[in-house]
Ligand binder design. Structure first.
Ligand SMILES: *Cc1c(COP(=O)(O)O)cnc(C)c1O
Length: 357
């Protein structure tokens, strides 16, 4: 164990809210644990890290992130294993992405010690909030935003970084109907699509709602130039199994670099499957379906891990996929990944991080 290079002051809640929570009926994103980690950036340094009771903040109406969108977030999970240990899955991969998002949005990077110590301090304090039921976890939401009270257009000089967390139940994983988006784009090459920028989500809401009004759950984003190549599915990376090969669009500046994407590809390789990262044309997927070779399609992301696709809509046609039960690659990878995450399978890639309680 390393010695703390700094200690983070803690202000505890007077009374925990945990007894008010119905852990059997958790709605994603609605319940938050007792505390939050807060640290502010000022005069070129991160200062005054604290763990405080979860609660409201007071902001100036001129807070620059509200106007110009210097805001980013992350998403990760903590699990409890059979021994009651608290496990994180690849937290440093999330930090790395947080810092690459920060760089793209002209925001300061966060040092590893600050991130990990803030996170661990919060988790130690709110350990009781990590559910132990299979499939449940504590969803962790780091976020950073610009705090200058100034509406001139320039990078803010001050920022706030926070970590909030809340228990989530097993993801309600009904296979989704997706439609290929022919007009709108989520992001373009050279844009900020690879960053977890708050604004990317805002711009995706309208196209998503329009597609949902047509009866589909999510859309498949295509490239900004030609609407010819697959990018992502909703807020998840997307993968296909064609002729026993796991295929996914290669990473670019327009695609979010998903930690789950990377983990699924690695586990699939470990299990002996052939994996290809390359451009995937929508036509290729449709042609494979017509030839009876499209065996699986699914999204990957921290919230659902794997979200099965039941149907793909393209050019006025619905293409139904084979039943989920028979999907060998995604089902096997999902089980293996779950075992690694919860400490039931060997952690060959050093992905599991045990929080010292
Ligand atoms: C967060 C996110 C993902 C998934 O990333 P994970 O690290 O696997 O959770 C995929 N696409 C978009 C647009 C995202 O914001």
């Amino acid at each position: 164990m390393s010695v703390d290079t700094f200690t983070i002051p803690v202000q505890r809640v007077e009374k925990s809210r945990i007894s008010e929570v119905d852990f059997d009926n958790l709605q994603f994103g609605k319940t938050f644990s007792d505390h939050m980690f807060v640290v502010d950036y000022k005069d070129g340094v991160w200062q005054d890290p604290q763990v405080l009771p979860y609660g409201n903040m007071s902001l100036s109406p001129a807070t620059s992130s509200l106007h110009y969108g210097q805001a980013l977030f992350e998403g990760m999970k903590a699990y409890k294993d059979a021994n009651g240990d608290l496990l994180l899955f690849r937290p440093l991969a999330n930090l790395k992405r947080l810092n690459s998002s920060a760089e793209r949005l002209c925001m300061p990077e966060l040092p590893e010690e600050l991130f990990m110590q803030g996170l661990e301090q919060l988790l130690r304090l709110d350990a009781a909030w990590v559910p132990s039921k299979a499939g449940s976890s504590l969803y962790i939401r780091p976020l950073m935003f610009a705090t200058d009270d100034f509406i001139g257009v320039r990078p803010s000089l001050t920022y706030r970084f926070l970590i909030i967390a809340g228990p989530v139940g097993k993801y309600y994983d009904v296979p989704v109907k997706v439609a290929v988006e022919p007009n709108y784009v989520r992001s373009a090459e050279g844009g900020a699509g690879y960053a977890k920028a708050a604004g990317n989500y805002a711009a995706a809401l309208l196209p998503t709602r329009k597609m949902q009004e047509k009866g589909y759950d999510q859309l498949i984003w295509t490239d900004a130039k030609e609407h010819k190549y697959v990018e992502e599915s909703g807020t998840m990376n997307v993968m296909f199994v064609i002729d026993d090969v796991l295929i996914t669009p290669s990473l670019s500046t327009s695609i979010l670099h998903g930690v789950t994407r990377d983990s699924v590809l690695q586990v699939a390789k470990d299990l002996g499957y052939k994996v290809e990262e390359r451009k995937v044309a929508v036509e290729e997927v449709i042609e494979a379906h017509k030839a009876g070779k499209l065996q699986e399609a699914f999204g990957t992301g921290t919230a659902a891990i794997i979200s099965q696709i039941a149907l793909i809509h393209y050019n006025g046609q619905d293409y139904e996929l084979p039943p989920v039960e028979g999907r060998k690659v995604s089902n096997q990878v999902a089980i293996e990944l779950d075992k690694i995450r919860t400490g039931q399978a060997p952690d060959k890639h050093n992905w599991v991080y045990k929080v010292s309680l």
